[in-house]
Write a protein that binds this ligand. Structure first.
Ligand code: NOJ
Length: 753
């Protein structure tokens, strides 16, 4: 038996104040500071404001197209950054324009939404977070950076680190789910993946600047409707929405992006509290802040600025450095400066930060950053990148139900498997939303994957689409029923259109769209084993499916190698180990839903769940259908014999808590062992459970291991009544578990000063 020690990383948000004097650079390197200042000295105010201006070229648009003569501005040296231009030729063309005609020849920073891959597309971030493998997420971010950099991209608008608890919100697909602590680990991994481990790595050929977005609380939009109003307390910011941003900042993220929503009555893009008081003064962020797309302009419809001039003034005075595609800074800041409505020092601070990033990337030495077509060709979609994509896909899949062991569908068992559904042969949806420049036609369909993986097997594959994803068209039902009736096993492959999640893709009904469930109902009536593979971008309401089909596999959108990844898992070549990072509700009416909720004064009594005047629904349990942290395997694991070396924690002390994890099933496999705590009584109310550690463990069948976690005062630290980040003395519970509802191994301890 081996012992594994797990140290818990806690993203505590230490509070400290700073008085801002001289410019403090991101790198702290005096040579870079000197270079930045020497350029700054040469610049006119108009040129400085130009650096604070970003335009979208017209390849990919995610908002209203602004009427701007951006090419004229570019030639005059009045554009700091351009996004949505790719390829060596595209980037070179625009950089040439900026360099050959502008007075100071300051290179342009090329940006792009490289969210889950650039040309090689990896699983959507929500899916990948289900791998519980930060190292893997770092690796995929790093490959994405390598491919993007080979096409001249220097800056990605990622990672999106918004905590998301409402599956109606389409943007849940971009993040790491509902937990702030876990989200912080993922944020660190992704920042390091894009940027490298230190600012010095930005000089390397294969890194890009990262951007923590959307600061902040975008995931709390009312009703799960994108861009909607947010109303959260300062406490919720510190406890729930800030931590992944704080973690990203401490990991050295170079930039932040504003959120579209308001926070405490002030849209984020005009919110001085967020960008100056918290981000710069408290957290000491030294990079720069870009707005979201036209977010300065949107201060007018938000009703906080009478016109765009006022909007520009409020944004700059809040601490915003770059205007994304809004045209507002370039048009208004020169006059606002003359009218002394904004400070020169604020403009200089913003421009220094932007210039510094250009120096760190080496753009002043080589504005094309090693750009060449051979490198581009040799870098894009390398076989080893595709291998990582296949691996990431397998690890992102979550097995939700497996009655009678319908999965795996054994290759050496003679049987006919009917593949039914609109996503069997589909290639277009597999990359999901925000799929960079991934070529959708190049993605491996499930059918192609199955054909390859089952090619020398005893399995016969048959196929019928049955219906499409969204319409009411039932004309394919007949053929699908015929094909299914002649099979031994039915595997339905269904889900959402990729455009139904991501930005501006909120839903009020999160069941399978169109007539897919109806088709499934017909298939179930055949009385044969029915498995369901799902491809979608959010937790769905699967209550009916859970009751009626034998197996459910959540495959999300897995990207370029999707078909192979799914086939690897369905065939049993890979034993699934993915675990949910967002709770799956029983119905949309439960949303928002998350495991780390508060207890309330009238919680449901577990021993008497029907007791009246308690906090429950008349028509549904409070619990999710599938909880946070949940995922099945083809083998089974037992966790037992939880031990604690002491039940008293002291300020400089530590508790070692361990349990024996055993693989008592039929196959080798991996399990995510999770550590949860509960603070029984604090100066403010505490969640019923909080994740504070995890370890993914591989065990051969029949093997066992002792997994040990360390609990220190930092593990239990929280924001007290005075908003101080402290460990409060008192009683605590602790669990070692395989999901947030697993209470089998529970312990208690006391924290005493
Ligand atoms: C709007 C989105 O909210 C943001 O995430 C994205 O980076 C920008 N558009 C640029 O495409």
């Amino acid at each position: 038996m081996k012992t594994i020690v797990v140290f818990i990383l806690c993203a505590g948000l230490a509070v400290a104040c700073s008085s801002r004097g001289k410019w403090e650079s991101f790198s702290g390197d005096p040579v870079i500071e000197h270079k930045v200042d020497s350029v700054l000295k040469l610049m006119t105010w108009e040129e400085k404001i130009g650096q604070m201006t970003q335009y979208s070229a017209d390849w990919d648009i995610t908002g209203p197209v602004m009427k701007s003569d951006w090419e004229t501005y570019l030639k005059k040296g009045l554009v700091g950054s351009v996004f949505n231009t790719v390829t060596v030729d595209g980037v070179r063309k625009l950089q040439d324009m900026a360099l050959s005609q502008s007075r100071l020849k300051i290179p342009v920073l090329f940006a792009y939404d490289v969210i889950h891959g650039f040309r090689t597309i990896f699983p959507i971030p929500l899916a990948e977070s289900c791998s519980w493998e930060p190292e893997l997420m770092k690796r995929t971010a790093s490959i994405a950076a390598t491919e993007a950099a080979a096409e001249g991209i220097c800056w990605t608008f990622a990672p999106m680190v918004d905590v998301a608890r409402d599956a109606r919100w389409g943007r849940v697909m971009e993040g790491a789910g509902e937990d702030p602590w876990y989200g912080s680990q993922v944020a660190i991994a992704r920042v390091q993946g894009f940027q490298g481990d230190s600012w010095k790595d930005l000089r390397k050929i294969n890194t890009v600047l990262a951007c923590a977005k959307h600061f902040v609380a975008y995931g709390a939009s009312e009703g799960g409707r994108d861009y909607n109003t947010v109303d959260v307390s300062r406490r919720s910011l510190y406890e729930t929405y800030f931590p992944p941003f704080y973690a990203a900042e401490k990991a050295g993220v170079a930039t932040f992006m504003t959120a579209f929503n308001e926070v405490d009555g002030v849209p984020a893009t005009a919110n001085k509290y967020l960008y100056t008081d918290v981000l710069r003064n408290e957290w000491k962020f030294k990079g720069f802040v870009v707005t979201d797309y036209t977010a300065v302009n949107e201060l007018v419809p938000h009703g906080i600025a009478a016109n765009e001039r006022e909007a520009a003034m409020k944004a700059v005075n809040a601490g915003i450095d770059m205007d994304m595609n809004g045209n507002v800074f370039i048009r208004n800041l020169p006059q606002l400066l003359k009218d002394r409505k904004i400070k020169k020092s604020e403009i200089d601070r913003a421009v220094r930060s932007i210039l510094e990033m250009k120096f760190l990337l080496g753009l002043f030495d080589d504005p094309y950053r090693y750009l060449d077509s051979t490198r581009e060709k040799n870098t894009i979609m390398r076989p080893e990148f595709l291998q990582v994509a296949r691996e990431a896909g397998r690890k992102s899949i979550v097995l939700l139900k497996n009655k009678n062991k319908i999965f795996p569908i054994e290759p050496n068992k003679p049987q006919t498997v009917a593949l039914i559904g609109p996503l069997v042969k589909d290639k277009i949806n597999l990359n999901g939303e925000w799929a960079g420049r991934g070529n959708r036609e190049q993605s491996v369909s499930l059918y192609e994957g199955f054909t390859e993986v089952y090619k020398d097997s005893k399995v016969i594959l048959t196929y019928a689409p049955g219906c499409d994803l969204t319409t009411e068209d039932r004309s394919g039902f007949g053929e699908a029923m015929d094909v299914a009736a002649n099979a031994d096993v039915i595997l339905a492959v269904m889900g959402e259109d990729f455009n139904w999640s991501g930005e501006a893709a909120s839903r009020t009904d999160i069941r399978l769209p169109g007539v897919q469930r109806e088709l499934l109902q017909e298939l179930v009536k055949l009385g044969k084993p029915v498995g369901l593979v799902l491809m979608n971008g959010r937790p769905l309401d699967l209550s009916w499916e859970d009751e009626h089909v034998d197996g459910i596999m959540e495959a999300w959108y897995l990207g370029t190698m999707a078909g192979y990844s799914v086939a690897d898992v369905v065939s049993g070549n890979h034993n699934p180990s993915g675990c949910l990072t967002m709770s799956f509700p029983r119905s949309v009416g439960q949303l928002p839903l998350y495991y780390n909720h508060k207890n309330t004064g009238r919680p449901v009594e577990p021993e008497n769940p029907g007791a009246d005047y308690r906090s429950f629904y008349l028509d549904s349990p409070n619990t999710p259908l599938y909880p946070f942290g949940y995922g099945l395997s083809y083998t089974s694991f037992d966790i037992r014999n939880m031990q604690m070396n002491t039940n008293v924690l002291r300020p400089d002390g530590e508790i070692k808590v361990s349990a024996v994890v055993a693989n008592n099933g039929e196959r080798d496999g991996e399990v995510v062992v999770q550590l949860y705590i509960r603070d029984i009584a604090g100066s403010v109310t505490r969640p019923v459970k909080e994740l504070r550690g995890f370890r993914k463990v591989f065990l051969s069948k029949g093997d066992s291991v002792t997994v040990e976690f360390s609990i220190t005062p930092e593990t239990i630290a929280m924001y007290n009544l005075d908003m101080k980040y402290v460990a409060e003395p008192g009683e605590f519970k602790v669990w070692i578990a395989v999901n947030a509802e697993d209470n089998r191994n529970e312990g208690n301890f006391t924290y005493r000063k």
